[in-house]
Design a protein around this ligand. Structure first.
Ligand code: IPM
Ligand code: MG
Length: 367
């Protein structure tokens, strides 16, 4: 039994608290069945933290996140905070968390469950068996580059600036994660940038090429421009194994890849940092979906992405392979039985609520 692992839950805004509540029940099951015992804490993040503390992430919450063995995140943001100053917007809480935890590699799997091939917006034949891993650099690039800001020019017009910037070590460390993942999969990495337009992309391509030659000669590396990658994802997504790319392209391409699977409500993600000498590795786990304020509080949200994020946490941060496998297999069986939340509803069958999806999953787990 794994004891004394500290986990920080940050449900956040919108549907975050509802889906987190279902993940929490899975944690309770793990403890009740004596498979593990955790020290679980909870903290505010995003809009709810702005409402309570005036900032999207307090120093105290950040300190707890840093001290925890892993952080399970819900979602942040919503129209309620549209008018707050840019510096304290809810999304800033998540970005600060990523940057401060130094979690640079965002792993976003896009995997199609057999039971859901018909839910994809692409033809079933194109997505059956789809299993892509997008590795998105997460604490650099244009999201964090300097200079940035809005300035007023002498003629009274304004100028908005952001900077796309990547250094050799930043490219190498995320590249290594992608190559190592590929070794456990089909052995293929596709590196994505705009080397035809941007110097940062040109450097990205050169560094990836060298890294493969020097450290991963057994892995196949290809390069693709980001616009072509978007097209190829929609045209023939199964050509990809691992995609590695920068922060902004990764943000966009991972939404596209996610949608190929039928629902954003199903996809987890893990954001990992470098393993420390103690063996500890910072990990932030979050569903790919956002806070979906339009359906928040109505029991309509699909909790599986949050629950599958928990499975990734158990596997990658706590080494609990068996439990992670059990949760993932239970999710697949629930879907195969036709239990569906509204996002993936079957024609002629009434969808279940967030809670009922949690119930169905726990039943499959034998709870
Ligand atoms: C994501 C989200 C975030 C991002 C937002 C909420 C800051 O879109 O995780 O993909 O852009 O990284
Ligand atoms: Mg995004």
């Amino acid at each position: 039994m794994i004891a004394n692992k500290t986990m920080l839950l940050m449900p956040g805004d919108g549907i975050g608290p509802e889906v987190m509540a279902e993940a929490r029940r899975v944690l309770d099951w793990l403890e009740a069945s004596r498979r593990a015992s955790f020290r679980i804490e909870e903290e505010l993040v995003g809009g709810i933290s702005i409402d309570t503390h005036g900032v999207p992430l307090t120093d105290a919450a950040l300190a707890k996140a840093k001290a925890a063995d892993a952080v399970l995140f819900g979602s942040v943001g919503g129209p309620k905070w549209d008018k707050v100053p840019f510096e304290i917007r809810p999304e800033g809480g998540l970005l600060k968390l990523r940057a401060e935890l130094k979690v640079f590699a965002n792993l976003r799997p896009a995997k199609v469950f057999d039971a859901l091939v018909d839910s994809s917006s692409l033809k079933p034949d194109l997505v059956r068996g789809l299993d892509i891993m997008i590795v998105r650099e997460c604490i650099g690039g244009v999201y964090f580059g300097e200079p940035r800001g809005i300035e007023t020019l002498p003629d009274g017009t304004q100028r908005g600036v952001n900077t796309e910037v990547y250094t050799t070590p930043e490219i190498q460390r995320v590249g290594r994660v992608a190559f190592e993942l590929a070794r456990k999969r089909q052995g293929r990495v596709c590196s994505v940038e705009k080397a035809n337009v941007m110097e940062s992309g040109l450097l990205w391509r050169q560094v990836m090429t060298r890294l493969r030659e020097e450290e991963f000669p057994d892995v196949t590396l290809s390069h693709m421009y980001a616009d072509n990658c978007a097209m190829q994802l929609a045209k023939n997504p199964r050509q990809f194994d691992v995609i590695v790319t920068g922060n902004l392209f990764g943000d966009i391409l991972s939404d596209l890849a996610a949608m190929l699977t039928g629902s954003l409500g199903l996809l987890p993600s893990a954001t990992l940092g470098a393993r420390e000498t103690s063996g500890r590795m910072p990990g932030l786990y979050e569903p790919i979906h956002g806070s979906a304020p339009d359906i928040a509080g109505k029991g309509l949200a699909n909790p599986l992405a949050e629950i599958l994020s928990l499975a990734m946490l158990l596997r990658l941060s706590f080494g609990m392979e068996e439990e992670a496998d059990a949760i993932e297999a239970a999710a697949a069986r629930v879907l195969a039985k036709g239990v569906r939340t509204p996002d993936i509803a079957l024609p002629g069958r009434s969808p279940v609520s967030t809670r009922e999806m949690g119930d169905a999953l726990l039943t499959e787990l034998g709870a």
